[in-house]
Design a protein around this ligand. Structure first.
Ligand code: ZN
Length: 147
């Protein structure tokens, strides 16, 4: 899965003529390994600590990837986030804490996709699917706070 995401991202970089500098490489490696949406501030903190990137370069790398369609904007717990724009990165995200759960049982979605393609005559290349809600921990926390 990580290798497929990485391959996809590298192909998109090449198509967009985006050179992979050290910080861009670090951002891409981090996001390909993770795939779930991440708050931009948290991503910057991680990469400054982990890869010793300057925070400005990380923000710039994120902006370049967004412009090239490799990352797309998301919202996690009300904060600006990004996620890989490739297929196989479908997530259910908690609106309150940002915890993400992968969506893996996609058999019915594949059937829907095939029906949609047949009905419209389109060749579907990828989809973006976003679910948001509250995780079990936040539901429990909210119930405790309501008492
Ligand atoms: Zn939560």
């Amino acid at each position: 899965m990580v290798a497929a995401r990485r391959e996809w991202a590298l192909a998109r970089c090449a198509a967009a003529r985006l050179l992979l500098s050290g910080p861009r490489q670090a951002v891409l490696d981090f996001l390909c390994a993770r795939a779930a949406p991440i708050v931009v501030e948290a991503l910057v903190r991680e990469l400054v600590a982990r890869a010793h990137c300057h925070f400005v370069t990380v923000y710039r790398a994120v902006r370049s990837f967004e412009a090239a369609g490799i990352l797309r904007p998301a919202v996690v717990a009300g904060q600006r986030a990004v996620r890989l724009a490739c297929a196989g990165a479908d997530y259910l995200v908690c609106e309150q804490c940002g915890r993400a759960a992968g969506v893996t049982d996609l058999a019915e979605l594949r059937v829907f996709e095939a029906r949609l393609a047949a009905r419209t005559g389109y060749q579907i290349q990828y989809h973006w699917l976003e679910f948001s809600g509250l995780c079990h921990r936040c539901i429990r926390l909210n119930q405790m706070l309501a008492v």
